[in-house]
Design a protein around this ligand. Structure first.
Ligand SMILES: Cc1cc2nc3c(=O)[nH]c(=O)nc-3n(C[C@H](O)[C@H](O)[C@H](O)COP(=O)(O)O)c2cc1C
Length: 303
């Protein structure tokens, strides 16, 4: 009932942990068996390890958080050698979230992952993050306009042999155009939304709170906008869409599916309630049973 096969991969349910909010899964596995999730998106991986940004990195806002992590991660090699083992043992789909600052660094990271994936499973799907607002060069720049997004997708597609999902920025000037360009470049799917570019000010210091001045807003504050964007994009493309943005409860998962998503990610919710993922799975399952829904096809995109 909950199971779907998308891109030739079987997801036991549509609920996926969002990149950057779930590490590589091991910490949350102390709260519940993460094999219960349909999938897990890794922290954004870059070619080289990154220390991330200086200064304050996360603050709370009304109904959400702002973050300026700056893609802190151990790098692709370390993920392959150390972090991927834990995830491989889990019965869940692994999305390797890949970031970068230049086209070359994205492509080299993809090459490394591809090469190792041939001998042992380090990922099932690539989630190409062209939408990180907290990296100075590149990052979100690729996701801001259709031309750059199309180019990086085409180049990535030449290297990857597994499904390629491109993660879009809600900060793009013409999101639907970017989505269509990425689809025409050969992407197998889209995921949206990443965080919204936002600003907070410390009036006493007369400075922006974050060293980078702006930071990314996530959590329930963005949900209605994310829902609208997921609906618009999923109506404009014919490849599957992974929806996200402020998912907190199982009702929110159903909303994203009704807006057109095939799969749904939850991020910030885990910071408030580390059991969120399991509760979403159980809630959606109960809803399907109680409403005699046999397949998500019955409710997907009905809005
Ligand atoms: C602390 C933090 C770190 C994040 N790191 C990444 C990342 O490395 N790569 C990525 O694609 N998205 C990253 N994101 C974005 C989330 O995956 C997600 O798209 C966004 O937070 C919206 O979902 P949410 O409101 O459920 O958190 C991060 C978000 C947060 C809050």
């Amino acid at each position: 009932m909950m199971q779907q096969t998308i891109w030739g991969k079987t997801f036991k349910n549509p609920i996926i942990a969002a990149s950057g909010t779930f590490g590589f899964g091991s910490e949350y596995n102390e709260f519940y068996d993460i094999s219960n999730l349909g999938g897990i998106s890794t922290k954004g991986l870059t070619l080289e390890p990154r220390d991330g940004n200086s200064g304050i990195r996360i603050i709370e806002t009304p109904s959400g958080i702002m973050n300026s992590i700056g893609l802190q991660n151990p790098g692709v090699k370390d993920y392959i050698l150390h972090e991927s083992h834990f995830l491989r043992e889990k019965d869940t789909v692994i999305l390797a979230n890949v970031g970068g600052s230049t086209l070359e660094s994205y492509l080299e990271a993809l090459e490394l992952l591809e090469e190792h994936n041939k001998t042992h499973r380090v990922m099932d799907i690539i989630e190409l993050n062209i939408s990180c607002p907290n990296v100075k060069a590149g990052g979100m720049a690729f996701g801001m306009n259709a031309c750059d997004a199309e180019y990086i997708t085409k180049e990535a597609k030449k290297i990857t042999s597994i499904p390629l999902v491109v993660k879009l920025s809600p900060n793009a000037h013409h999101l639907v155009e970017v989505a269509q360009a990425v689809e025409s470049a050969g992407a197998d799917g889209l995921s949206l939304v990443n965080t919204f570019n936002a600003l907070e000010i410390d009036i006493h210091r007369r400075k922006a709170v974050f060293d980078n001045v702006t930071a990314g807003l996530s959590g329930p504050a963005i949900r209605p906008i994310a829902l609208r964007m997921v609906r618009e994009v999923s109506k404009a493309v014919s490849i599957p869409v992974i929806g996200m943005g402020g998912v907190e409860t199982w009702e929110d998962v159903i909303k994203f599916i009704m807006a057109g998503a095939h799969l749904v990610q939850f991020g910030t919710a885990s910071f408030i309630n580390p059991m969120a993922g399991l509760e979403l799975v159980e809630g959606v399952e109960r809803y399907m049973e109680e409403n005699h829904i046999h397949s998500f096809d019955e409710i997907r995109g009905i809005i």
